[in-house]
Design a protein around this ligand. Structure first.
Ligand SMILES: [Fe+2]
Length: 317
């Protein structure tokens, strides 16, 4: 008896095709009503390809919760995240959120989101992201994925060396009435516990605002290849500061100096050529290795888009 397990064999007769070269695969059902593929087969593909989109299986919230629950991962809450999200499975473990950002507005924000690894600005970043499309945008609004290993290799030797040699620092500033919402507590001691557990420093400002600081590499080793990947929240932080003009999130070199625009332009350039779109159809799922892949979002222009997310902090694979 062969003990060798081939993900592709286990997926027969499903169709498995590259999403784009070097950025994931799509697994398509061959007929309506096909059962969802065995998680073990999909796990094999996630490990190799970094991202797997499941198309044509007609997932709803309940099936999404049940199916993702079979992947042997520890799901985590959205605590400490910079984006305010609606929890979709409140009566259950509360780890499925709607990604729509509606804070302070009736309509969800529709601007494009730069590539990022989720929560790379804290130590407890998830290893695996599960996404499910309840409703695609009327037009555009694709989720983007980009292989951080490919990005790292495609950077110029000079750029690579700079990220190899210097850590970066994520600085987050929450207003006096804002941090309670982010950390779901009014007790600053609880916030300090969270920061300690995440190896972040916490500073209280005179007006009651808080600033957290987390130093890490922009090019960590991936969980399943052990290879260096450009996998971080650098571009989204840079965009928040320089394009949105928000002081809530800044990224610097670890010594506090600015990351220069030329280097960021090179990163954006390299990423643009390696980015794939997940063309959402209602009922689709995508599973992304958050230790390797960056993801983002194309712009759209409606309020119907509904993508759910569930973060797996630790995968037991
Ligand atoms: Fe994200």
């Amino acid at each position: 008896v062969s003990t060798h397990f081939s993900p592709r064999d286990a997926l027969q007769p499903l169709r498995v095709t590259p999403l784009v070269p070097r950025a994931g695969v799509v697994v398509e059902s061959s007929a309506q009503g096909d059962p969802l593929p065995a998680p073990e087969a999909i796990i094999g593909l996630v490990k190799v390809h970094g991202a797997v989109a499941l198309h044509g299986f007609d997932i709803d919230l309940e099936t999404f919760e049940r199916y993702s629950g079979r992947f042997h991962v520890d799901f985590m809450s959205n605590l400490g995240s910079g984006s305010w999200r609606k929890t979709m499975n409140q009566g259950s473990d509360g780890t499925i959120q709607d990604v729509a950002y509606r804070y302070g507005s009736d309509r969800q924000q529709t601007f494009p989101l730069p590539l990022h690894a989720d929560r790379a600005y804290v130590k407890s970043a998830p290893e695996v992201m599960f996404f499910a499309c309840m409703e695609p945008a009327v037009k555009d609004g694709q989720t983007t994925v980009c292989d951080g290993i490919a990005v790292y290799r495609a950077l110029s030797p000079q750029a690579r060396r700079r990220f190899d040699e210097r850590d970066i620092c994520y600085l987050r500033r929450y207003a006096p009435d804002e941090w309670q919402l982010i950390y779901r507590t009014t007790d600053i001691a609880r916030v300090r516990e969270y920061c300690d557990a995440n190896e972040m420093t916490l500073e209280l400002e005179r007006d009651g605002a808080i600033v957290t600081r987390y130093v890490t590499t922009a090019v960590p080793r991936t969980r399943w290849q052990g290879e260096r990947a450009f996998c971080n929240s650098l571009q989204i932080g840079y965009w928040q500061e320089h394009t949105l003009g928000r002081a809530v999130n800044r990224v610097r070199w670890a010594d506090g100096s600015e990351i220069d625009a030329g280097l960021m332009a090179e990163v954006d350039d390299v990423c643009a050529g390696l980015t794939a779109d997940i063309p959402w159809v209602a009922g689709d799922i995508a599973i992304v290795d958050n230790t390797r892949m960056l993801h983002g979002r194309r712009a759209f222009d409606d309020d119907v888009r509904q993508i759910l997310v569930r973060m797996g902090q630790k995968a037991h694979w």
